[in-house]
Design a protein around this ligand. Structure first.
Ligand code: COA
Length: 406
């Protein structure tokens, strides 16, 4: 087990000096995973991990999930205030106008291997936008606004395009008469979605739109701090989101539920998993010591979908797992996180499993862009220090003088 903090340092210890040495002769602080270390100041999102409260710009996420739309929430996150009706209409229209992606990008995507992961396809296509919009005018408000609109508009189109391309079909064009989420589901399935399905999908995007300084957002801010272009910022964040300890967990949750198979097998499976020190996917969070508030809302959305479109027996497995895990892992503050129920929602919407994380990326683009703007507003390049643990200084040896490998 990795040590949590080495050495245990007083909370109010002086920060390390600029040359990497500790102030006042104290040993430099090292917290693996930067746990508990503030790496920025931010006014975007707040998490109360003990009470299970999440707010975007001060507005509780459950109110947004029930009353807002993804585009309104994105506006709130990125520009800091809920839009007026005029601002919202203008933003929606701008996004609608920029949904299409260049045929060159679609052609490039046709060269991607069909068996490749859609997150890799998304990372490459997001980065390629920088080739088309290469003017890097970070002091120009117009440039910032256009970059925000382009990324929010085009990321879903690229996710849907790769889905069709890998099936050997041509991507279909966005439909101007459909709202953001309905249009994405249409581009993905080639069918106009049911209104409830589109509304629930939109709420899922709201719930995934932002979550303070998680790994991908930190990655976005580090990239932004070099003053590179926003397409590189989003591409680096997509790459970070792809890992199974972050956005990739919702794929693994479904695999785990299917592996368990039925509610009566949950208890034995969980005990064996805990005994073998296996991480239970969809459980645990660095910030929450109670059930993730997003998991509570997603569970409700999953139930709404089951009522309308039929039950999913994997939901019974999930509920039993949550019940048994409360007993085994609850005392350690490990409860379902956002990924535990989101996979069940997407599965009921007929979305292929390896698109779950790209959909997370569609939503989180709003948060990444909010952090991009905030970073630019008070920028200092990220350059942390390290504690060197390697060899002391030693001479280079000619080949014939080197000891034989063991
Ligand atoms: N299942 C079982 N035990 C878990 C666990 C899980 N999902 N998550 C954490 N723990 C345990 C660890 O084994 C460790 O126990 P120990 O101190 O007895 O060794 C303790 O809780 C702390 O875990 P740690 O991995 O240090 O927490 P973290 O803050 O670094 O990790 C996550 C947070 C999210 C990476 C971690 O909970 C995890 O891997 N969860 C599964 C993947 C997942 O669902 N990710 C999506 C996050 S939204």
């Amino acid at each position: 087990m990795a040590a949590k903090s080495t050495p245990e340092a007083p909370a109010a210890a002086a920060p390390p000096a600029r040359d990497g040495t500790a102030a006042h002769g104290a040993p430099p602080l090292f917290r693996p995973g930067l746990e508990g270390v503030p790496a920025t100041q931010s006014a975007i999102c707040d998490i109360d991990g003990r009470q299970g409260i999440l707010t975007y710009r001060g507005v509780p996420v459950d109110q947004l999930a029930h009353h807002s739309s993804f585009l309104e929430t994105a506006y709130l996150l990125i520009w800091g205030e809920l839009p007026t009706i005029f601002q919202l209409n203008a933003f929606q229209q701008d996004v609608q106008m920029h949904r299409r992606v260049s045929f060159r990008i679609r052609d490039m995507m046709k060269c991607f291997p069909a068996g490749g992961h859609p997150m890799d396809a998304l990372q490459a296509s997001a980065a390629s936008l920088g080739l088309f919009y290469s003017r890097r005018a970070l002091n120009d408000p117009q440039y910032i606004t256009e970059a925000v609109v382009r990324l929010i508009a085009k990321i879903p189109t690229m996710v849907a395009a790769f889905q069709l391309i890998r099936k050997g079909q041509d991507p279909i064009q966005p439909r101007d008469d459909l709202a953001y989420s309905a249009n994405f589901l249409y581009m993905l399935t080639e069918r106009e979605p049911d209104q409830l399905a589109a509304r629930i999908f939109d709420a899922c995007l709201i719930l995934h739109a932002e979550h303070s300084l998680n790994a991908s957002t930190f990655s976005a801010r580090v990239t932004a701090s070099t003053l590179t272009d926003p397409y590189a910022v989003v591409a680096s964040a997509v790459g970070t989101l792809a890992g199974p300890l972050h956005g990739g967990a919702n794929e693994d949750v479904l695999e785990m539920l299917e592996q368990i198979g039925s509610p009566d097998r949950v208890e034995a499976w969980l005990d064996q998993a805990i005994a073998s020190k296996q991480k239970i996917m969809g459980f645990g969070h660095r910030e929450y010591k109670v059930k993730d508030p997003r998991a509570v809302i997603l569970q409700g959305l999953a139930e709404d979908l089951f009522l309308r479109f039929g039950h999913d027996t994997m939901y019974d497995v999930a509920c039993r797992l949550e019940e048994v895990a409360a007993d085994r892992l609850g005392p350690k503050g490990i409860f379902p996180n956002v990924d535990f129920y989101s996979g069940l929602v997407y599965r009921k919407l007929g979305i292929p499993r390896d698109l779950f994380t790209p959909i997370f990326a569609i939503a989180r683009t709003a948060g990444w862009l909010a952090h991009w703007r905030e970073q630019l507003g008070a920028n200092r390049i990220y350059r942390p220090t390290q504690i060197y643990t390697g060899s002391p200084q030693r001479p280079w040896l000619p080949l014939e003088s080197r000891p034989a490998a063991l």
